[in-house]
Design a binder for this molecule. Structure first.
Ligand code: ADP
Ligand code: MG
Length: 449
């Protein structure tokens, strides 16, 4: 059926489009309502889906099949799919045991995630410095190192960088990096195969243990328990541990108290949301890379500035935008201009355009401090309400483009000097009240995440 559909598509979308977009894709399966296609890149699949998806569906289902949905996938090559424990890990991922030449069940390390390729800016300089220190492999200073921050801010990148660096400096070191999900998977497998002693022994024999996205084991009781024992055994032997999570230890729900407090006893550092300069720096670095990849393809500096302004969510999205831009420009053989960027990235730009409102801020703050929204906006002067109110004013000023009089109006018609006073108060307290500054950081993350 696909052969016939392909012929029909030639007349429908034109010979050029056909050769560029349809010829390279392969129908992998057709089951029930779903047709699955193999495509060379994710971008390619997106493009075909958006531009020709309807044609493909209508021609496919004109025959005897009832296709209503298309799926596109990039065939797996070198990287192990996420979540799968590498049975035959790539060479870099594996530390060989000194004693037995047995392989550690680590996850594949991404060769691109090095310290060299990590752009340092204000929001991540502390995390970067701490990671560097651990990667030097000297006497264990902070244990564990706990890195946390929102999605796509570079936690995994830094962890891989530590592993690469340690392995380069001390090839004999047994470095084990894996996600908390893989830890659980391994554990459950060991239970099932009655090899729990081997499991324990293996995890207790590493020199450096790195567990990514530890929030995953929250609520998984026996895995937590095992993790706790592994953790303690290694700390007792003075072995380095590096942990990452999407939030601070104390904020992970359904994680045992004793684990929380253990996680806090080393160094806890966070990766803050990116700022404009950092985003621009990352874009410049990536653009440099693409310029050599796609020889001669130019990108105007204004385009990078535009992207750094407009895509503020996470670095992965930012990188995805640039990748698509270069792929597209090279396909159509055009220089990357602002116009082209706006066309090609319309969907991403729209998604990141979502503007935060003062109401959303007020609601989140009220929820966080457990006060009523009406009280937060109303006239009560109780300290327990006044402080959250000032926090909300502060966030409204920093996270929205609203002016002080406008903010005043949304806070029950308060005068702009009252708003200014509230904001100043928070700024003063922030410097001396660490609970308050933690609250602010958390709220910022929740609101911008
Ligand atoms: P997280 O684990 O925090 O969700 P990742 O480490 O997977 O985020 O980062 C997402 C993507 O963004 C990766 O491709 C990573 O290389 C890139 N990235 C994040 N921060 C930086 C940075 N400071 N410099 C260069 N690349 C970065
Ligand atoms: Mg990660």
């Amino acid at each position: 059926a696909w052969g016939r559909v392909r012929e029909q598509l030639i007349t429908r979308i034109g010979k050029n489009n056909y050769t560029t977009w349809i010829e390279p894709i392969r129908l992998a399966s057709l089951e029930g309502e779903v047709a699955r296609f193999e495509v060379p890149t994710t971008f390619f699949g997106d493009w075909v889906s958006r531009n020709f998806g309807d044609h493909i569906i209508s021609h496919l289902s004109a025959g005897d099949s009832a296709v209503s949905r298309l799926e596109f996938f990039v065939p797996a090559r070198t990287r192990a799919p996420a979540g799968e424990v590498a049975k035959k890990p790539a060479p870099r991922a594996v530390a060989r045991s000194r004693a037995s030449d047995e392989e550690l069940p680590g996850a594949t390390l991404d060769a691109r995630f090095t310290f060299d390729s990590f752009v340092v800016g204000k929001p991540n300089e502390l995390a970067h410095a701490a990671a560097r220190r651990v990667a030097e492999g000297g006497p264990v200073t902070f244990n564990p190192l706990f890195l946390y921050g929102g999605v796509g801010l570079g936690k995994t990148h830094l962890m891989h960088a530590i592993a690469h660096e340690l392995q380069a400096r001390q090839p004999e070191l047994r470095v084990l990096y894996l996600s908390a999900e893989q830890f659980m998977y391994r554990f459950v497998q060991a239970l099932r195969d009655k090899q729990i002693m081997d499991f324990k022994e293996m995890f207790r024999s590493v020199d450096v243990l790195m567990v990514d996205d530890v929030q995953f084991i929250a609520g998984k009781d026996s895995t937590q328990e095992e993790f706790f024992h592994t953790f303690n055994a290694l700390i007792d032997q003075n072995k380095q541990i590096v942990i990452s999570a999407d939030r601070a230890p104390g904020e992970i729900k359904d994680l045992e108290e004793r684990i929380k407090s253990r996680l806090q006893c080393g160094l806890v550092v966070d990766l803050h949301p990116t700022d404009y300069e950092l985003r621009l720096g990352i874009l410049q670095q990536k653009a440099e890379f693409y310029r050599t990849q796609y020889k001669g393809l130019q990108i105007a500096h204004g385009v990078l500035e535009f992207l750094a302004h407009r895509i503020t969510t996470n670095v992965r999205v930012l990188e995805g935008a640039l990748t698509r831009l270069f792929a597209f420009a090279s396909l159509v053989g055009r220089e990357i201009t602002l116009d082209l960027a706006q066309d090609c990235l319309a969907d991403i730009l729209r998604a990141s355009d979502r503007k935060l409102t003062i109401e959303e801020i007020q609601r989140k703050v009220a929820e966080h401090y457990n006060v009523r929204l009406s009280d937060l906006i109303g006239p009560k002067r109780l300290r327990t309400i006044a402080r959250p109110r000032q926090v909300a004013m502060y966030l409204a000023k920093h996270l929205t483009p609203r002016s002080l009089p406008e903010i005043g109006r949304r806070f029950g018609g308060r005068d702009h000097t009252t708003i200014m006073h509230g904001i100043r108060k928070i700024e003063e307290l922030m410097a001396i009240d660490s609970q308050l500054s933690d609250d602010l950081q958390l709220l910022r993350r929740l609101l911008q995440g």
